[in-house]
Design a protein around this ligand. Structure first.
Ligand code: NAI
Ligand code: MN
Ligand code: ZN
Length: 336
């Protein structure tokens, strides 16, 4: 089988690898479509602190189950599945409270384990979620990025009367807009980015108001409007302090970033308004929920897709994704 392997930081190869056999409790998936995420690029360049090498990358993928390991019902062969990349132990404290995404032995498919930029991939059977026929093959890999927005929303509990502010109109910001508007019916969703083209994408994904903060600070543009719910999907360490300053009293702030640089803010900026701060990593069992949202037409994954390229053009696809944020959002890789 052909697989995209990051041999070591900086070295991307399309390798011929032996077909893997599913172990007990696993299924093998004949991958049909996958999508590129920022973390794939980070693993390629050696900027992902969790990655181990060599690694088959790709954690957003869809395909058909084509083999089952012992203990797995072989009638699952042929199922169309989207794969949850979160592999957890099931017995540690976070697992016991329903948060396998921060399992103390967390393994992420495509990061710690070989992933889906490959003609075939393995996954624990419970991670392979069957999809209804109404979700087309070409969009099924996008369940995973929407689970990020689903997970942070579960903490933030958006309400129709919220005034939401989302920092960043990359894939993460755009999925958050769609979930706040389409699922939670939030009346006002304001989006800030530094790139006009990304703000245009934000509008196409449902933003009510877009603000370019490359020159004029947001405080000036918001002119007294105090967001009640803020999501940082841009993830620069300077954003948290600004978000706390802009937020309404009793507001909630959700953070997605992994920067190792310190964020500087005062206790007073949080406590005087009794702000709630939530962080969210990957997803905790959110695949069924997102699949249902897609099936009901509450979210529109097709709005994120700007390019589709075959597996053999993976390096070009990843370079385009990395270098061209003005024209590029989600890039789909087709395996055949
Ligand atoms: P992206 O790089 O495509 O999008 C970020 C957007 O933010 C860009 O459009 C950029 O122009 C904009 N931006 C940068 N600085 C800004 C600022 N100061 N104010 C307003 N906009 C600004 O990245 P993507 O894929 O959308 O991911 C966003 C972040 O989410 C990344 O930092 C990534 O590490 C993080 N992430 C976190 C996950 C989690 O589970 N916690 C999962 C996936 C991504
Ligand atoms: Mn992703
Ligand atoms: Zn665990």
């Amino acid at each position: 089988m052909k697989s995209v392997v990051i041999e070591r930081p900086g070295e991307l190869q399309l390798q011929d690898r032996p077909l893997p056999e599913p172990a007990a409790g696993e299924v093998r998936i004949k991958v049909k479509y996958a999508s590129i995420c920022g973390s794939d690029v980070h693993i390629w360049h050696g900027h992902n602190p969790f990655a181990r090498y060599p690694r088959v990358i790709g954690h957003e993928f869809f395909g058909l189950i084509d083999a089952t390991g012992s203990g797995v019902d072989s009638s699952r062969i042929g199922e169309r599945v989207a794969v949850d990349p979160v592999v957890s132990c099931g017995h540690c404290y976070p697992c016991s409270v329903g948060r396998p995404n921060v399992c103390s032995e967390l393994q992420v498919i495509g990061v710690h384990l070989d992933g889906g930029f490959s003609e075939y991939a393995l996954a624990p059977e419970g991670n392979a979620y069957p999809l209804p026929a109404t979700i087309p093959d070409t969009l099924a890999s996008l369940v995973e990025p929407f689970t990020i927005a689903a997970n942070i929303s579960a903490f933030l509990k958006p309400q129709p009367n919220d005034v939401a502010l989302i920092y960043g109109a990359g894939p993460m910001g755009l999925t958050a807009i769609q979930v706040l508007k389409g699922v939670y019916k939030v009346k006002t969703v304001i989006v800030a980015d530094r790139l006009e083209e990304r703000l245009t994408m934000a509008q196409a994904n449902g933003a009510d108001r877009v603000l370019n903060n490359s020159v004029t600070p947001l405080a000036e543009q918001l002119n007294g409007v105090q967001p009640t719910l803020i999501i940082d999907a841009a993830c620069h360490p300077s954003i948290l302090a600004e978000a706390a300053a802009l937020a309404s009293p009793a507001g909630r702030i959700g953070l997605l970033g992994f920067s190792s640089e310190p964020c500087s803010l005062t206790q007073q900026s949080l406590t005087s308004k009794e702000l709630s701060l939530f962080t969210s990593r990957l997803n905790s069992h959110r695949f069924p929920q997102v699949i249902e949202w897609m099936e009901q037409g509450l979210i529109q994954p097709e709005k994120l897709v700007t390019h589709t390229l075959p597996l053999i053009r993976i390096e070009q696809a990843m370079t385009l994704f990395e270098k061209d944020p003005r024209s590029c959002c989600k890039v789909i890789i087709s395996m055949n």
